[in-house]
Design a protein around this ligand. Structure first.
Ligand SMILES: Cc1cc2nc3c(=O)[nH]c(=O)nc-3n(C[C@H](O)[C@H](O)[C@H](O)COP(=O)(O)OP(=O)(O)OC[C@H]3O[C@@H](n4cnc5c(N)ncnc54)[C@H](O)[C@@H]3O)c2cc1C
Length: 499
């Protein structure tokens, strides 16, 4: 057992988004007289340098760390995001938005999509997206402070950011170092373990050896501690999520971009557009069994209408997770623990989730077994839930233009997804925690519940028509109060530079 007087030594290996988010959160949350945190990164190796589209949970991360929003926006070149626009997913020519938050209001305890589905059955055809304030605002390029919107009964108003990944890591690096995290630029070249497999120390290429009680592996895809040293198994999910490459580059910004990430389906994958303050992030994610790297690169360039400002880079990856992302005294956070492609911008969220779960189960003795088990179970469930949601986008398609899409439509799904998809198709029900995300993607890709909630069967066609009219009117009134997103953002940048 450790002497209670002794500081708990924590070493974080890796200074990408995962490493610096972890260092910043730990130094903020763990008492100074309790632990000593050191982050080691190798500037020779560098970081993956992508990961620019986020989901609303990042605001909670910032709030927890006491980060001022306007400063954050300014320091990371951020812009606002209200959702993701999916083009050509169900079939070529289709275009729907998965907005943040819920579509429509929950009325009498019943989610809006039940009312909408019932209305469709009664011949009251309408576009589901028309009942989302955020979808409407984003298509019109509008954005505002939630305070204005909340006054108009939209309590589920949610937003996040597009940001520069390198600047985000840099901002958190300053935050962490200012508060006491030690930083070493060196490469880990070997790892020592004791007889039960715990990591005892690491050797760096500057001839130093460092020991610690807890090692956090944020070394990215190389997973040098969790994967290479501890041999924590990797569960391969690439048979469900076969995209394995991405070509990425930045281009000049198209003026007044919409506050949306755009995901355009292509013959063997999809291409993203992420507008930040002064440039566009672009990436073509594809499966190289269905498209060569040269074809993918050509298509990537054709789809970018503005001038490239960086050389295209090719990244390779494999979908999957290490079910034991906490093994012995080492916890993998970020790409070292698993990878799910960026279709729903969930990786930074997974980093945040792992950090706070670990803090919740922070071990107080050397036998970490119970905490470890609980942590691994919860993290795995989260990975699986997101995995299923991403597969769903590919699976709900009617495209025949490439074997890739036919395979995605016909393949055997994970049991958990078969159940969830069937549940929604039959009754519009979603599992807890999935409301807000499932209906807009399912309906956007043509899966409408067959038997919506029976508790609304009493509503006549006229009553439903009136209900839908009022919902639309509420949105139309609120939209009038929202300024253009670019004006709102410019004001924030000006305010910060005046401070
Ligand atoms: C194509 C693509 C697009 C993505 N888009 C999004 C997105 O839009 N939204 C989102 O949320 N996420 C996205 N992600 C995921 C996101 O990029 C990562 O989750 C995030 O960047 C975290 O990466 P990381 O810190 O785990 O790894 P990295 O950024 O690779 O950092 C690894 C760190 O480890 C260090 N290191 C490695 N080996 C050693 C060693 N031997 N000694 C010392 N240091 C070492 C490196 O120097 C580096 O600092 C995307 C990922 C890919 C591949």
């Amino acid at each position: 057992m450790k002497d209670t007087q002794e500081l708990t030594k924590i070493i974080i290996v890796g200074g990408g988004t995962a490493g610096w988010m972890t260092a910043a959160a730990f130094i903020n949350r763990l008492p100074k007289n309790f632990c000593q945190i050191t982050l080691i990164e190798s500037s020779q190796i560098g970081s993956v340098g992508v990961g620019e589209s986020t989901i609303p949970h990042i605001r909670q991360f910032n709030q927890n760390l006491g980060i001022d929003e306007k400063t954050f926006i300014q320091q990371t070149d951020a812009s606002f995001k209200l959702g993701i626009r999916f083009r050509n997913w169900r079939q070529i020519g289709d275009d729907y938005i998965h907005p943040f938050g819920e579509v429509g209001a929950i009325t009498n305890g019943i989610e809006f999509h039940h009312y909408w589905a019932r209305a469709q059955q009664l011949g009251l055809e309408s576009d589901f997206e028309d009942f989302s304030l955020l979808a409407k605002a984003s298509r019109q390029g509008l954005f505002s402070d939630p305070a204005i919107v909340n006054q108009s009964q939209f309590c589920n108003y949610a937003y996040s950011y597009h940001l520069d990944a390198t600047k985000f890591a840099h901002y958190l690096k300053n935050y962490a170092i200012e508060r006491g995290v030690s930083h070493i630029d060196a490469k880990v070249i070997s790892v020592e373990q004791n007889d039960v497999g715990d990591i005892t120390s690491i050797e760096l290429d500057n001839d130093t050896q460092l020991s610690a009680d807890i090692f956090i592996d944020c070394s990215g895809f190389s997973s040098i501690l969790l994967g290479k040293t501890l041999n924590s198994d990797f569960e391969d999910w690439s048979h469900w999520l076969p995209t394995n490459k991405a070509i990425v580059a930045q281009s000049e910004l198209v003026e007044h971009s919409l506050p949306l990430t755009t995901a355009t389906a292509l013959p063997a994958g999809w291409q993203w557009q992420i507008p930040i303050k002064q440039r566009m992030g672009n990436g073509h994610v594809y499966c190289d069994s269905y498209m060569s790297d040269d074809e993918a690169a050509n298509l990537f360039r054709q789809n970018i209408k503005s001038k490239l400002i960086t050389e295209p880079r090719l990244l390779s990856f494999k979908a999957g997770v290490r079910p034991q992302s906490w093994k012995n005294n080492c916890i993998g956070i970020g790409l070292s623990a698993g990878f799910l492609e960026p279709l729903e911008s969930t990786s930074i969220y997974l980093i945040q989730h792992s950090i706070f779960k670990f803090l919740e189960y922070f071990p107080n003795k050397q036998n970490m077994q119970a905490e470890r088990q609980q942590f691994n179970d919860e993290i795995n469930k989260t990975y699986q839930t997101i995995r299923d949601f991403i597969i769903l986008h590919y699976n709900l398609n009617n495209r025949d233009d490439n074997g890739f899409w036919v395979h995605q439509r016909q393949m055997e799904l994970p049991e958990s997804l078969t159940f969830k998809k069937g549940l929604f198709a039959e009754s519009g029900r979603v599992k807890p925690g999935q409301f807000g995300v499932w209906p807009s993607v399912c309906i956007g890709q043509g899966l409408t519940p067959q038997y919506p909630d029976a508790r609304i069967n009493y509503l006549s066609k006229q009553q439903l028509e009136e209900f839908l009219r009022q919902e639309k009117q509420k949105i139309a009134q609120t939209l009038k109060q929202l300024p253009p997103a670019h004006e709102y953002l410019t004001k924030i940048y000006q305010e910060v530079s005046c401070d």
